[in-house]
Write a protein that binds this ligand. Structure first.
Ligand code: UDX
Length: 457
């Protein structure tokens, strides 16, 4: 079978998934990370990221001798392989956080290029998998200053919470390079997946990632705006999206209204593309409106909570106790980055509300009570996230609350003992920003459920 020696620099969720999945496709993979403690943990098979199947795949591939971990980029690209050869293909899976004014911060990529540029064997292909500004492949090639090393853009489209599945079942593989031979070598790594492959130039590949994520963000802003319109005209967003989703040009996926889109990708990428457009002197109004609609969505949820609790659009939330159900940016992850739930919590707190939060991903690990998700800190009265005290059971969030606000679509919320929850609340109101709960179940439990864009029964 055809195998390559692959180095992966960066073991975040993209890097670790890439490394473990490429190993499972038969390649020899060495992953490097600057975090010595993390490398130690990975060597012992301990995966810090909550990602279904990832930990098992890492353990399996390490035991099979196809996957190993080293400290630093330099060690990963050279001499880390069992046959003592150098890496033939080097993946950069590094953080590109949003810097000042929405511009992606490329310092991590630049530092790794600096560290490895003289170590790469002639003919190595350097692959950028992180979402980077258009033109980064060209810039990386300039920094590398190696005529014998090609730079390829191979954007990753995986979602948190289904990263392994998405990697191994891609809708498409995109490989962009100004040298066709290097692009084909990278595409060949994935040949066993049998996915459609788009070979293009580097700038088009880089832009394609933004084009996809910004389109998804636009789809969600559209749905959230449509849900608001439904409320005003007495229509039901669930029926509307169901109906339009049968049109294959639209599709059923990514049509659920919510508290606004968040996470580590969509907010960052929409702002970054706006920067790309600004720099190219292009007024991308549609994209700006997509972002503005999302910002407004958070305030809209606060207004909904205010109206639900006080019965008035201008009622006061001062000292009103609210229980928040779900704080992560979506279900299936413990990731709190750019979580709409936390943005809404901040607005509710500004309005004077007294908050407690419950999230199944943040209750702590019974096997290791000291282990907490990134973003969870010890506050004066226990664990908290951005000033929201955490409770370890949904019933504690309901205790004395004037409303519960469902902010993340955790399936377990559907089957809570809602009658018991209602029994301990000060006022039996649930604002369901994900349209997750069955209104009839809530009604039977004595609760008033308020969703987004739902027909009032
Ligand atoms: C996204 C892209 O889907 C993925 O292709 C890309 O590589 C990285 O960014 P991710 O950030 O993991 O993945 O989350 P995703 O599942 O896309 O959700 C993004 C946000 O949209 C979340 O806040 C989610 O709650 C929200 N969302 C998603 C909705 O509100 N409604 C939906 O129907 C789908």
């Amino acid at each position: 079978m055809f195998t390559r020696r692959v180095a992966v620099v960066g073991t975040g969720y993209v890097g670790l998934t890439t490394g473990a999945c490429l190993a499972s496709l038969g390649h020899q993979v060495v992953c490097g990370d600057i975090d010595t403690a993390k490398v130690e943990r990975l060597r012992r098979g301990v995966v810090d990221i909550v990602e279904p199947g990832l930990s098992e795949l890492v353990t399996e591939q390490v035991s099979a001798g196809r996957l190993s971990f080293v400290v630093g980029a330099a060690a990963a690209v050279s001499a880390g392989f069992p046959d003592e050869g150098d890496a033939e293909i080097v993946f950069l899976c590094l953080p590109t956080p949003m810097g000042v004014g929405g511009v992606a911060d490329l310092r991590a990529v630049e530092a790794v290029v600096e560290e490895t540029r003289e170590l790469l064997a002639a003919g190595t292909v350097v692959v950028n998998k992180s979402t980077v500004p258009v033109g980064t492949a060209g810039r990386t090639a300039e920094l590398l200053d190696r005529a014998d090393v090609a730079v390829v853009s191979n954007p990753e489209f995986l979602r948190e919470g289904s990263a392994v599945h998405d990697f191994l079942n891609p809708d498409r593989i995109v490989v962009g390079c100004d040298t066709a031979e290097a692009a084909e070598r990278v595409a060949a790594l994935y040949a066993r997946l049998g996915a459609p492959t788009v070979l293009t130039d580097a700038a088009s590949a880089e832009l394609m990632k933004y084009a996809a994520n910004c389109f998804l963000a636009m789809k969600l802003s559209y749905v959230n705006a449509m849900a608001e319109l439904c409320e005003r005209v007495g229509a039901d967003i669930g029926d509307v999206t169901d109906g339009i989703g049968y049109d294959r040009r639209i599709g059923q996926a990514f049509l659920s209204p919510g508290p606004g889109w968040g996470g580590s990708c969509l907010p960052k990428d929409t702002h970054a593309l706006l920067q790309v457009a600004d720099a190219a002197d292009f007024e991308f109004r549609l994209l700006r409106a997509t972002i503005d609609t999302n910002t407004r969505q958070r305030q809209r949820i606060v207004d909904k909570v205010r109206a639900a609790v006080t019965g008035r659009r201008t009622g006061s939330l001062a000292r009103v106790r609210l229980g928040l159900l779900g704080l992560t940016f979506k279900a299936g992850t413990d990731d709190l980055r750019d979580s709409p739930a936390l943005a809404i919590a901040a607005l509710l707190r500004q309005a004077g509300a007294d908050l407690v939060g419950y999230d199944p991903a943040l209750v702590g690990d019974p096997g290791d009570p000291d282990k907490v998700a990134p973003g969870v800190v010890e506050g004066p009265v226990g664990r908290e996230v951005e000033g929201v005290p955490l409770v370890s059971d949904p019933i504690e969030a309901a205790q004395g609350a004037e409303a519960l606000v469902v902010l993340t679509e955790w399936p377990v919320f559907r089957t809570l003992d809602w009658a018991a929850m209602a029994g301990v609340m000060k006022q039996p109101v649930v604002v369901d920003t994900r349209n997750l709960l069955d209104p009839a179940t809530l009604r039977r439990a004595g609760l008033t459920g308020i969703g987004l864009g739902r027909r009032v029964a």
